[in-house]
Design a protein around this ligand. Structure first.
Ligand code: CAA
Ligand code: NAI
Length: 256
């Protein structure tokens, strides 16, 4: 048969440079550790300096390569600094994981404008700022991968998440637009929509709600950060070279 000489790669991101926003903890941190293990040069970026330093230290002590950049993704000037530092250190940007995100949950009838605007600034404008800035570099290179963190909430809705769901739906819209606009420039753009994953973000969710989500999931469990990190790894790797504009739901079947 033709084209069957499939190479099994051990270092799936060897010689790639990847920026992961919000990689000081949670899903982003585990993604950074796994990307580094797979050979990537990682730019760890987060609003929290101590967490940035800790993630970078762990990558280096595992024999990986990383630098840290403290950023607030909702501030355009910070993003310029992030992109400039990545390019000046490694000369290119192959992967951007737009992972940084926050929740400020409240029922619609109690939600304040501040809660709404703050979540929009980080989860939506942050993705736009980082995506646009990275895409400019990637377009010059004629290659790159952008991965955006959506959520099952952005597809199916979730109690108390008017602001958050609005951003996570919008991220899906942007992903599809960018997949169309940037595909001809050699850039793939995809989104991942996780279900409930055990991280500091879900620590704030009432136990009662977590129990409901676990029960609703056919696998009868909540996800772990690595369940999402491995989805990012696959989509970032050349193995996914024909995958563009998808929203990969990683929920354990929660929404079936
Ligand atoms: N479904 C149906 N009803 C719900 C509900 C749910 N998931 N959650 C709360 N309610 C009901 C309560 O039972 C209660 O009803 P009664 O008044 O009849 O008793 C009513 O809504 C008010 O609930 P609370 O007392 O909890 O109200 P509150 O104003 O103190 O809090 C809330 C509201 C902030 C939304 C809180 O219920 C909450 O935190 N819920 C969880 C929201 C959630 O799932 N967030 C996910 C965060 S993690 C994440 O976002 C990652 C991701 O992508 C999945
Ligand atoms: P987390 O709260 O554990 O980690 C988020 C990280 O983003 C933190 O390190 C935080 O400091 C950083 N961050 C927050 N605001 C920032 C800003 N303005 N600039 C830079 N960094 C900032 O969250 P978790 O669970 O790891 O979530 C990661 C992403 O995955 C988020 O976009 C979240 O919405 C999404 N997600 C999470 C799910 C879950 O169940 N945990 C489910 C679906 C989506």
């Amino acid at each position: 048969m033709r084209d069957m000489n499939i190479e099994v790669k051990k270092m799936r991101l060897k010689n790639k440079t990847g920026i992961i926003t919000g990689s000081g903890r949670g899903i982003g941190k585990v993604t950074a550790l796994i990307f580094a293990q797979e050979g990537a040069n990682v730019i760890v970026s987060d609003i929290n300096k101590e967490d940035v330093d800790q993630t970078v230290a762990e990558i280096i002590s595992n024999g990986g390569e990383a630098i840290g950049v403290v950023v607030d993704v909702s501030k355009k000037d910070d993003i310029k600094k992030l992109i400039d530092e990545a390019v000046s250190k490694y000369g290119k940007i192959d992967i951007l994981v737009n992972n940084a995100g926050i929740t400020m949950d409240s029922a619609l009838l109690k939600m304040t404008d501040e809660q709404f605007d703050t979540v929009i600034d980080v989860n939506l404008k942050g993705v736009y700022y980082c995506g646009q800035a990275a895409a400019k570099v990637m377009a010059q290179q004629q290659s790159g991968v952008i991965l955006n963190a959506s959520s099952f909430t952005g597809i199916y809705g979730n109690y108390g998440q008017t602001n958050y769901a609005a951003t996570k739906s919008a991220v899906i819209g942007m992903t599809k637009v960018w997949a169309k606009e940037l595909g001809p420039k050699g850039i793939r753009v995809n989104a991942v929509a996780p279900g409930f994953i055990v991280t500091p973000m879900t620590d704030k969710v009432p136990d009662k709600v977590l129990e409901i989500m676990k029960e609703k999931c056919p696998l009868k469990m909540l996800g772990k950060p690595e369940d999402i990190a491995y989805a990012y790894l696959y989509l970032a790797s050349d193995e996914a070279k024909f995958i563009n504009g998808v929203v990969l739901e990683v929920t354990g079947g929660l929404t079936l």
